[in-house]
Design a protein around this ligand. Structure first.
Ligand code: FES
Length: 165
């Protein structure tokens, strides 16, 4: 796996200041790495190598060890989320109504799979269980917008309506 995201890192000075506050808070504490990584991901929404490097230096933990932990746990992400976060429900009710075909259509349209972000930063797809509106199965969520009783043929138009350009 590459250590670099395809999307350039553009953290702000405010984010960096918060990150240093977090590392200072946990410095010299045993077991600091996990909570620092969690808080760092809350700040940046992902853990690029630039952030991992700061954590490594501030906690005095080898970068390889930090990277090992980040890549081991599914809760940590190396790529930023897209401007549009897509959740295709894979719960039972949606599954029996063809959710897999919906997910396949989304992946094909965007050229990415679950857990990935398009290189232009427009879309990411996340793993999703029941969204709590099974009567609308199959259901897809894009940010706050709910799409119910959808078919694979609907996907192209729905994605186009969320694209910025
Ligand atoms: S199973 Fe998809 S909304 Fe419940």
């Amino acid at each position: 796996m590459s250590t670099k995201s395809q999307i350039p890192f553009n953290g702000t000075p405010e984010q960096e200041k918060k990150l240093y506050e977090v590392t200072a808070k946990y410095k010299n504490m045993p077991g600091a790495l996990m909570p620092v990584l969690q808080e760092a991901q809350d700040i940046y929404s992902y853990l690029p190598i630039e952030v991992q490097t700061i954590i490594s230096e501030e906690l005095n933990i080898p970068l390889a060890e930090v990277f090992g932990v980040v890549t081991f746990y599914a809760q940590f992400s190396l790529t930023p989320k897209g401007r549009n976060v897509i959740s295709v429900c894979q719960g039972t009710a949606c599954y029996v109504k063809g959710a897999q075909a919906i997910l396949d259509a989304v992946e094909k349209q965007l050229g990415i799979t679950v857990g990935e972000t398009t290189p232009d930063g427009e879309f990411s797809i996340q793993d999703t269980r029941c969204l709590g509106c099974c009567g609308l199965a199959p259901v897809m969520l894009i940010n706050e917008s709910v799409y119910g009783k959808i078919a694979p043929n609907d996907i192209k138009g729905i994605l186009a309506s969320h694209r910025q350009n």
